[in-house]
Design a protein around this ligand. Structure first.
Ligand SMILES: *Cc1c(COP(=O)(O)O)cnc(C)c1O
Length: 413
């Protein structure tokens, strides 16, 4: 089959079927699917040999950078179903002043994507698939960024959306969701309480439930972080990846990407150690990792300033834990104070305004170095998943009265 560069006329699809991530039983692709019979996430399976025969690293390099560059690894069958807002290849930015003489420290800045967060990757692919499958109404619980990305892509696709946020979701998120055409409500509970409203609405109203990992395609969108990272680094991955883990879509997706690339021989050598970073006030995955269990218990009274990782229970817990363990990585939590200090340090010293979740990965890197969990020669990548300007910032309220002579001495010291 002849592949076109851009626009992408015909999309060859290599999807073979869907598979329960826990039990391994199969489900047909091309029809609307939610969770597996066991109530667990479905993973998209591909004819990887077919992909390897139809595309090379060279073909990929000739295409416009961004998510659709990797279209053979994605599930959309018809190009006209692609809903895009101009997803870019996000940059890797090194922060040399803060490396402390250790190995290289890079930030992958996902805040540059449409709607200012990496949720755009997952929702770009999931909404494209919803369009392809003829879904007309979508509902979602969100801590903010996923709802914003859903609102944007769904409005563009002409799909109706109902979005439910915890009451203390950052103001800018709730407003951007509404501004981008979704109907949005604040709920006096946490994200799992919002999830329950969506689950019941699915029964009562026939909504399609686009909660994290409760349909198969957001993972595929997030998987492009792994494909892109490999591509960007010359198909040689870093030693360690620090990922702020809420529902874990990105960590699971990247690990899936690495397996797929490895199985077609595009990656050789060791894969990165995956570090799941959580906040002390909401660390179910860290607790399960320490206790050696496959599933995580619901975390009571979850709280942290990093709203995106305030997820007390994750339906894909076993997939996160599996990836972390298989990669030789670990799970670690950091305090809100170290998140705030890290955010301040990286902004003041390197001019890089992280989001709180991104700052959590920086705090975890520092803690890991101090505790000897990583080698001082390790090349590390932190994920900054959203633009720092989407979050409340500390006040800056010094003023000047321009109607009286200015005392310039005030600028000294
Ligand atoms: C959603 C989100 C996360 C967590 O991502 P998952 O892949 O669901 O674990 C982290 N940071 C920010 C800013 C987010 O919006």
């Amino acid at each position: 089959m002849q592949l076109q560069t851009d626009p992408f006329h015909e999309l060859p699809t290599f999807v073979t079927h869907l598979e329960c991530g826990l039990k391994g039983d199969h489900y047909p692709a091309g029809t609307v699917q939610g969770l597996s019979k066991a109530g667990r996430p479905l993973l998209v399976k591909y004819d990887l040999g077919g992909i390897a025969r139809s595309v090379t690293k060279g073909t990929i390099a000739e295409r416009v950078p961004g998510l659709w560059r990797y279209r053979e690894f994605l599930p959309v069958r018809r190009a006209e179903n692609i809903v895009t807002l101009g997803e870019c290849q996000t940059p890797l930015v090194r922060i040399p002043k803060l490396e402390q003489g250790a190995g290289e420290l890079w930030i992958k800045d996902e805040g540059r994507l449409p709607t200012g967060s990496f949720k755009a990757r997952g929702l770009c692919v999931a909404v494209s698939m919803a369009k392809e499958l003829g879904i007309s109404t979508i509902a979602m619980p969100t801590n903010g960024n996923a709802g914003a990305a859903l609102a944007a892509y769904a409005s563009r696709a002409g799909i109706n959306t109902f979005v439910f946020c915890p009451h203390d979701t950052p103001e800018v998120n709730v407003r951007e969701i509404a501004a981008q055409g979704a109907r949005v409500w604040r709920v006096n509970g946490l994200i799992n309480d919002c999830g329950r409203i969506v689950g019941q609405g699915k029964e009562a109203m026939g909504w399609f439930d686009l909660s994290t990992l409760k349909e198969p395609y957001r993972i595929e969108g997030k998987k492009t972080m792994g494909l892109e990272l490999a591509d960007q680094m010359g198909w040689e991955l870093p030693d360690v990846i620090f990922y702020p883990t809420g529902g874990g879509t990105g960590l699971i997706g990247m690990w899936k990407a690495f397996q797929e690339l490895k199985s077609i021989g595009w990656l050789t050598g060791k894969l990165p150690r995956m570090v799941a970073v959580q906040a002390d006030g909401c660390a179910p995955i860290v607790k399960a990792f320490r206790e050696g269990t496959q599933h995580a218990d619901l975390w009571p009274n979850a709280h942290t300033i990093a709203a995106g990782i305030r997820v007390p229970v994750a339906v894909g817990d076993f997939l996160i834990l599996g990836a972390v363990r298989e990669s030789g990585g670990y799970a670690m939590s950091v305090s809100d104070q170290s998140i705030a200090e890290g955010l301040d340090e990286v902004a003041k010293q390197e001019g890089f305004l992280l989001c709180p979740e991104g700052a959590a990965t920086y705090a975890a890197w520092k803690q890991s170095l101090a505790q000897g969990l990583i080698e001082s020669s390790d090349r590390c990548v932190l994920f900054n998943c959203a633009s720092g300007v989407k979050y409340p910032l500390p006040p800056a309220d010094e003023t000047i009265d321009c109607t009286v002579p200015i005392d310039y001495e005030r600028f000294r010291g």
